[in-house]
Design a protein around this ligand. Sequence first.
Ligand code: KIV
Ligand code: ZN
Length: 403
Amino acid sequence: MTEPTHSHGASTPASSKERVLIFDTTLRDGEQCPGATMTFEEKLEVAEMLDTMGVDIIEAGFPIASEGDFEAVSEIARRSKRSTIAGLARAIPGDIARAGEAVRHAGKPRIHTFVSTSPIHLEHQMRKSQEEVLEIITRTVAQARNLVEDVEWSAMDATRTPIDYLCRAVEAAIRAGATTINLPDTVGYATPDEYRAMFRQVRERVPNADKAIFSVHCHNDLGLAVANSIAGIEGGARQVECTINGIGERAGNAALEEVVMALRVRGDVLPYDTGIDSTLLMKTSRAVSGACAFPVQYNKAIVGRNAFAHESGIHQDGMLKNQTTYEIMTPASVGVTKTSLVMGKHSGRAAFRSKLKEMGYDLGENQMEDAFTRFKALADRKKHVYDEDIEALVDENLASAHD
Ligand code: KIV
Ligand code: ZN
């Protein structure tokens, strides 16, 4: 299991936390973004890692989109061990039949069907009335429910849909057999307060709301995807749709690793937990980044290469005394081997001394001062100071002392 984090909040016992399901859509919404395409084998490998990591539902693809997508979803379904396998379908009979066929070999199959509900989409994209869309919801959800027990329905562009109509659409979907109701922030437009309030209102006003699990699905156009996802959980959602490294349409989706660690580290104010083995986060992040040739930004939370790196002298000094001074979780809790103290012009004596020790040098005070002065001069000229640079300057220092 995961090792304890460094969290400072009073920890909430695991038993008093509510379970939130993790629905990973790296292979569908993630793979859908420009430049993130994966091969069949890569998709199988990523799906296996997600299953092992404890993802509850893997959205394996959009079976009607291509023969390749259909094959990948079918094979992932056949090989699935613990996770539910979902296939996406528009509110079109042919899509739903194809998704049903693709997931049918899974131990736990799910059809995820969606239709737009916002006036903007109804007028400009679908060219349908609200009543027509209600009829489509009833018909297509019922069709999916005839194929599988587990049906998710999404109200695309829910956050730009008037609440009265959204409630009618949700009620119709549940009546037709939907077991999960997803209210996506499709265009990343909502703020956390609005998103939390939307879930509260829908769950209060829809008479059959207790028959379904509510789900969040947030896009990151304003950089609010993770904050909104957490707000949605506070509003009563118990499933989070997210992707590894936050890949996805446009600015991406909520990042799985950020949602999982926010809930874990801040369990004192967010009494929810997931079934994710967080020690596998880094490995999975690297695998996804490698598979879709999509780099992870250096300062990305949790899995960026700087997430556990410290360069400033003050921070390095604190870290050498106690890691909780500048880290709120242990690197090991997310699968990172160790904290790194990056040697650069901001580093101080304490970090330099510790680095020398780690490299096997035991210098006297004068030699140490001399080496430190040379190191600072070098760091001013050079962006990155590597171990080899330090080795060279110390050896040079020692050689001149013997002359
Ligand atoms: O962002 C969105 O609305 C979607 C739906 C298909 C759930 O990805
Ligand atoms: Zn989406």
